[in-house]
Design a protein. Structure first.
Length: 276
């Protein structure tokens, strides 16, 4: 019988600079932010928004994503860090077993979503001076594209792994010292997020849905978190104590986002852009 699995054992380091190595995971974030900036710049030009507001947006999003994702991971998945290695919550270093540069590993997408929404509230009030749904409808296009690269970074790091396939199909994560194939859940998500991005991109550029405040955001929430909900069925639980739950942490956190998304899509016709 032909084997359909691959042995996955890449280095997680792009360039080794001694105590401060450049990781592939960090590179994926750089690519994600860069692609997002290019996409949003095109949207801002289409909307007649000046470049200085785009520059401010970039800062808001980068900070909100990293802070929100990190705090989300700690609160939802690894709260013991607050006691065991407090400064590693906020810094790309670990002090638990001596000083070690770790980069920003341990990031939760649900936390990033909350962080971005919070940041966009202040950005829309202080900088953009438009309804928060206006910017959220547009930024989700860039966020969806970024999610593609982040999950590729997770795959390179052999983290957020899938369950054993119990067959000849899958990926053997050699970095984990394993010899059996698992579902490449990270790639499942990344592949699906490509379509989430394409759908949002089409809705913005080829339809008038961007004139209905909240529709694109709602579509993003429904599509992305539905993908996350179903892929979680083939993922290993990120918290061992919760492995016996009917739904895991990621699924429980995804449900409210999907419900909010459905509401935003249905009610968006009642929120037309005033300058439309």
């Amino acid at each position: 019988m032909t084997s359909l699995y691959i042995d996955w054992n890449p280095s997680d380091t792009l360039i080794n600079l001694g105590p401060f190595p450049i990781k592939y995971y960090s590179l994926m974030f750089v690519i994600a932010f860069s692609v997002g900036w290019i996409l949003t710049k095109k949207i801002y030009k289409n909307e007649g928004q000046p470049d200085d507001k785009l520059d401010s947006l970039f800062i808001y999003v980068v900070v909100a994503t990293l802070v929100g994702a990190r705090l989300g991971h700690v609160f939802f998945y690894q709260p013991e860090l607050l006691k065991e290695d407090f400064f590693s919550v906020f810094l790309p270093f670990s002090f638990k077993n001596g000083f070690q540069f770790t980069g920003f590993r341990g990031l939760a997408s649900h936390g990033a979503a909350i962080g971005i929404i919070t940041a966009m509230y202040f950005y829309s009030k202080k900088v953009l001076q438009k309804p928060i749904l206006w910017i959220l409808d547009r930024i989700v296009i860039a966020v969806a594209s970024g999610a593609v690269f982040v999950r590729i970074g997770n795959f390179i790091n052999s983290e957020i792994i899938g369950k054993a396939t119990n067959s000849e199909f899958g990926v053997v994560f050699k970095q984990l010292g394993e010899d059996f194939p698992r579902h490449p859940a990270q790639l499942y998500e990344s592949f699906c997020y490509v379509f989430v991005f394409l759908i949002l991109h089409y809705l913005y550029w080829k339809t008038n849905k961007s004139k209905q405040l909240g529709y694109l955001l709602g579509t993003f929430l429904v599509l992305l978190w539905t993908v996350r909900f179903f892929v979680e069925f083939v993922k290993e639980a990120q918290v061992d104590e919760r492995s016996e739950w009917i739904l895991n942490t990621g699924q429980w956190l995804s449900v409210p986002f999907v419900i909010i998304g459905i509401y935003l899509m249905i009610s968006s016709s009642k929120r037309p852009l005033k300058d439309a």
